[in-house]
Design a protein around this ligand. Structure first.
Ligand code: ATP
Ligand code: MG
Length: 745
């Protein structure tokens, strides 16, 4: 069984696999570990990774990059609008009828609009195939990195993309958490469990965003204390400063309006990226030259690191602010930070490093591979989650990026209400249990409490609620969960029905079983806030109170247990419980491992053995109205993806057939006047060479666009002539007499 980690970056991706005793970062088909995050749509096929990036200048409008920033967002999202206004996006971003972002391209000669999830799935499929080719094993289980600031919608979209790519994502892992894991798991000298933790700050500064976190390490565990990020600050913003400078410069000196010309803009961007990198390792003035630029003009420019840093001062201040925010969020002083690990391409900018040093008051360290650390951390996590691997127990606890609020409307005379599910930086995964009293179906709405129009997480409709036999409100237990991916949902709702009882003193009913099953509950939070009718519920009410006393609110413990994310079953609940139980309307599409869907067997409390239960627990249907694609939508896009895969395969086979014919023509023709010379008569050779010449001419003319079998047929007919010659030659190599039979000396 394969164990793979994918670091899906805004600019490039890395793949790591767990093999034998270690982790290996693997090469793509171009023998490069870095795979560009590009998808290009051609007339006859799609291109992915390196070959897609190579299309950027020749097929500008249909070459899609930087789509990691588009996934899981509405077109009206301020980030999308900002992206459209502030950057030269070479391809067409449109609003879809449902308000989501659409990517409009010409795909195989037809205008098509793809969801960012679909485009991401195309890239993931390519990464998956790359991994499969490298390890000669099918890949399904994987861990995929996401930025720590990704919202519920973005995470769901990423899981949908994994589903479309037939990947079984065991965890969406925050970039900096993956780095922390890759850092911590090999450290032999971590403080003992109860000793003062080692606090390490992690900075991942990539192409389009800056992510930072502080992790507390002890033997066998890491706990993310806090995160801070600037989701719209990355290496590309430094490039843009240079691009803006040279746009003005070229306008003045060469009268070239770069911004009018997308190709010219892209080319300048690429040159500025190179220039920036050279400046990172040189403080002298660096020249930049672009030959045959616009109107065939050759252009030159120059830049010194000092000037560049001055141009980027505002960006550097944002780096500093983010780091300060991180320290402030953690409540730690810089002296409390034992080390600062930096990863991501943009940490190579000297000025960035010096700002990091300044804020933390210490040297930065690069214990880990700057580019590969995220992928390696993901594959380690995948190995930990995979039953096929045995990995040293290492507990990974992450934190939520935004506070979540839950609200419910007033229905059937019951009060409306709201509660804070978690604050910013709350540990996850978590599970909480709430208690409601309702006579009819009701809705729970979850949202991030941020000043953002995209803050809604989803609505969860609890169905089939009925009043008690006495016409009173029924007691409803609702479990809310943030799973290992950082996705929030209502995982279960149950109605507690009172049973007619012969013995009213019995109070060890099935409800206690439910309580026992409900790992760690925060039911008292809900009772305090959801308008429980004091005293109105008689026995049920007292049951609830008893249960609260038995299951005190213990958020930390809940998080710890659920967060283990390892095979470490003695530290918390087994892994199988960290993933969504299939809800009534989701089930298969969550992209979570099937093996983890097995419900936990309930143990019958011994004391209740012979007693007749006084309550009955009825599972209620919960409908989820969330941003994930629905199962029919997923089926549709999977079908479309399979269609495209088969078209790509057809085209690849066709190209192979063309190449095979071309290669045969070239090789045979040259052999006919070399090693085959003695094995053909002049006449035979003359007529065969003519046929080969004709075939070559045909290939570049009307034969350019034929189906595979036409090329194969042509090759066969040429081989019919060539094979006997080849045979005579081969025989001559083993039997020199064959030469004589042809009358040659
Ligand atoms: P993200 O993490 O934002 O999704 P990513 O993972 O694709 O993006 P990285 O590969 O970590 O990004 O970093 C790419 C960025 O690092 C690019 O902007 C690139 O120009 C920049 N970069 C790489 N090497 C250097 C260097 N030597 N000096 C300056 N910048 C560099
Ligand atoms: Mg990255």
């Amino acid at each position: 069984m394969s164990v793979v980690g994918f670091d899906v970056g805004n600019q490039s991706c890395f793949i790591a696999v767990a093999k034998g005793g270690g982790i290996e970062t693997i090469d793509n088909e171009y023998s490069d570990r870095r795979t560009p995050s590009y998808v290009s749509f051609g007339e006859k096929q799609r291109y992915l990774g390196v070959s897609a990036r190579n299309q950027e200048r020749t097929n500008v409008k249909n070459t899609v990059s930087q789509f990691k920033r588009l996934i899981g967002k509405k077109f009206s999202d301020p980030d999308i609008q900002h992206e459209l206004q502030s950057r030269m996006v070479p391809y067409n971003i449109v609003e879809q009828p449902d308000g989501k972002v659409g990517i409009k391209v010409q795909c195989l000669g037809q205008e098509s609009v793809f969801n960012p999830e679909q485009v991401m799935a195309m890239l993931l499929t390519y990464l998956k195939t790359t991994a499969e080719n490298a390890i000669s094993t099918k890949v399904a289980d994987c861990v995929i990195s996401v930025p720590c600031y990704y919202t519920d919608q973005q995470r769901r979209a990423m899981l949908d993309a994994a589903y479309i790519a037939s990947l079984n994502c065991l965890r969406l892992m925050n970039d900096t958490t993956a780095v922390a894991l890759a850092y911590g798991i090999y450290k032999q000298d971590l403080p003992e469990e109860n000793a003062k933790s080692r606090n390490v700050a992690f900075v991942d500064f990539g192409h389009s965003s800056l992510q930072t976190s502080i992790a507390a390490f002890n033997k066998g565990k890491l706990k993310i204390l806090t995160t801070a990020s600037d989701s719209s600050l990355g290496g590309r913003d430094f490039d843009t400063k240079l691009v803006e400078h040279f746009c003005k410069d070229f306008q003045t000196r060469y009268k070239i309006n770069v911004k009018e010309n997308k190709k010219a803009y892209l080319r300048l961007e690429a040159e500025c990226d190179k220039l920036k990198k050279v400046m990172s390792s040189n403080s002298v003035e660096i020249p930049m030259a672009i030959d045959n630029y616009v109107d065939d003009k050759d252009v030159v420019g120059r830049m010194k690191r000092e000037t560049f840093e001055a141009m980027c001062s505002q960006l550097l201040i944002r780096v500093e602010n983010c780091l300060k925010q991180l320290l402030e969020n953690s409540g730690l002083k810089k002296e409390d930070i034992d080390a600062v690990e930096i990863v991501g391409g943009s940490t190579r900018i000297p000025a960035v490093k010096s700002y990091i040093r300044k804020v933390f008051g210490k040297e930065t360290s690069t214990t880990l591979n700057t580019d590969e650390a995220v992928a390696r951390g993901c594959s380690l996590q995948c190995a930990m989650l995979s039953p096929a691997f045995r990995v040293r127990d290492f507990n990974v606890q992450d934190v939520t990026p935004y506070p979540i609020k839950l609200t419910w409307d007033s229905v059937g005379g019951e009060d409306s209400g709201a509660m804070d599910v978690c604050e910013n930086g709350h540990a996850f995964p978590f599970l909480k249990q709430l208690t409601f009293y309702r006579k009819e179906a009701f809705d729970l709405s979850a949202f991030y409490t941020r000043e953002n129009s995209q803050a809604v997480i989803g609505r969860f409709s609890v169905k089939n609620v009925t009043p008690t036999k006495d016409g009173e409100s029924s007691k409803i237990k609702v479990k809310i969960r943030m799973d290992i991916h950082g996705i929030f949902y209502v995982s279960k709702a149950q109605m507690i029905e009172k049973m007619p009882s012969d013995d009213e003193s019995v109070n060890e009913p099935m409800e206690t079983q439910a309580a026992a099953e409900a790992e760690n509950t925060d039911s008292n939070i809900a009772d305090a806030q959801n308008g429980v009718k004091d005293g109105a519920q008689g026995e049920d009410q007292s049951d609830a109170k008893k249960e609260d006393a038995q299951q005190p609110m213990d958020t930390d413990e809940a998080s710890n247990d659920a967060a283990s994310g390892t095979n470490n079953t003695d530290q918390g609940e087994p892994m199988s419980e960290n993933n969504p139980e299939p809800a009534a309307n989701e089930g298969e599409k969550q992209g979570t491992p099937k093996k983890q869907d097995t419900p936990k067997k309930q143990e019958e409390p011994k004391s209740a053995k012979k007693k007749k239960p006084t309550t009955k627990t009825v599972d209620l249907k919960v409908e989820h109205f969330v941003s994930s694609l629905s199962q029919p939508e997923l089926n549709k896009v999977v079908e479309r993806e399979n269609e495209l895969i088969s078209r790509d395969r057809q085209e690849n086979d066709r190209i192979h057939a063309i190449n095979a014919l071309e290669e045969y023509v070239l090789q045979t023709r040259s052999k006919l006047s070399a090693e085959y010379e003695k094995f053909v008569t002049d006449e035979e050779r003359g007529s065969f060479v003519k046929k080969l010449d004709d075939a070559e001419e045909w290939l570049y003319d009307e034969g350019e666009d034929q189906i595979k079998s036409v090329y194969q047929g042509k090759l066969e007919s040429l081989k019919k002539i060539g094979d006997p010659i080849c045979l005579r030659f081969n025989e001559a190599q083993t039997r020199p007499q064959a030469l004589e039979s042809l009358g040659h000396e």
